[in-house]
Every structure is written in C-alpha cells, then in structure tokens.
Design a protein around this ligand. Sequence first.
Ligand code: HEC
Length: 170
Amino acid sequence: MFKPKHLAWAGLVPGLVLAVFVQAGEVGLSPQQSMVETLSASTSAYKDYMLNCGGCHRFSGEGVARNAVPDFRNSIGMFTHLPEGREYMIRVPGAAQSLLGNAELAEVLNWIVATYSPAQLAADFKPFTAGEVGAVRPYRFDNVVVERRKLTERLNEQGLTPSAYLYGAN
Ligand code: HEC
C-alpha cells in the first residue's frame, strides 16, 4: 500500500541527486574561475569603481570613445600578461591620481579585470595587492600615450589585441 512516507521519499531522492549535481558543478570551477568570481563579487570594489572611475569608464566598462576613454571589455585583462602592463594599469593618471588608498585601488583593478575581461587574464594571474600598487604608483608617466603604444605592440606580438586607444590621437 502507498503511504504518505513513500511520498516523502519520492521527493527527497531527486532532491538529493540534484544537490549532488549542484555541488559537482561548483567543484568544477577552476581555481582561476573561482578567484575571478570572488574578485568580481566585491561590493566595496564595485562601489569604489562606480564613484571614482565609472564617470569616465561607464558602468558598462565600455568607456567613451569620443572622449578617448578606452573600452575595458574583453581587453583590459590582456595587460596582466606583462609585468609592465600591470604597472601601466596602476600608473595611468585616472588610477594613480584617484583618491583611493593603495589597498582600495588594488581591489578596484582586480574588480575591473575580473568583471570586464576575465577571459583575457594571464593563466598565472595573481590579484593586485596594496604593496604592488604602492611600489609603482608614485611614478608618473612622462607620456602615457607612448607607454600604451609600446605595450600594445608587445601584446600584439603575443597575438593579443587590446581595445582601440584614441587618447592623444588628435
Ligand atoms: C576623468 C576621466 C577618468 C576617470 C575618472 C578615470 N579614468 Fe581611467 N582613463 C581615462 C582616459 C581618458 C584614459 C586613456 C588615457 C590614459 O591611458 O590615461 C584612461 C585609461 C585607463 C586605463 C588604461 C586602459 C587602456 O586600455 O589602456 C586604466 C587601467 C584606467 N584608466 C583605470 C582607471 C581607474 C581604476 C579609475 C578609477 C580609480 C579611472 N581609470 C578613472 C579617463 C578616466
């Protein structure tokens, strides 16, 4: 005879099977994917970006082409392939001269690459740290346009094409 307790089991078993699958899905993330998700989930970095960077770089990260603000999407992560590229990201005026402390700026840079360009990150990407930011931040570029052009050429040699850079073009 079919009793209510059988009904309970009937619901529980598929539930357990589903739970095991969901677990397995999470375990299936690579260490880098989990790191990227964690970096992009930072609400403090999100707020800092919106208040300090988003005015020019936009909430979508697409920048403003007519004002020569480059598009971060599917591009900015490429700079993590070169030590000089990481340094560039810290030393560009909008980042270096922001009001953010070194730890906050590191978090925002991590948030930017993880949110707008995770697929382009270096395979051995390590998050920016306050120490790394503080070490190079004080050194202003004489000419940011020349630095960006040199980096673009080096990335091109690796088969990477960062977004168009129109700053200083006219
Ligand atoms: C007043 C507008 C403005 C603000 C605010 C601003 N930026 Fe920018 N950003 C620019 C412009 C213009 C460029 C291109 C010129 C350059 O490289 O500095 C740029 C370039 C960059 C680049 C290099 C992108 C590339 O593809 O070469 C990074 C990284 C960056 N900004 C980070 C930040 C961060 C982080 C913040 C906030 C803490 C910020 N910016 C705030 C205008 C701004």
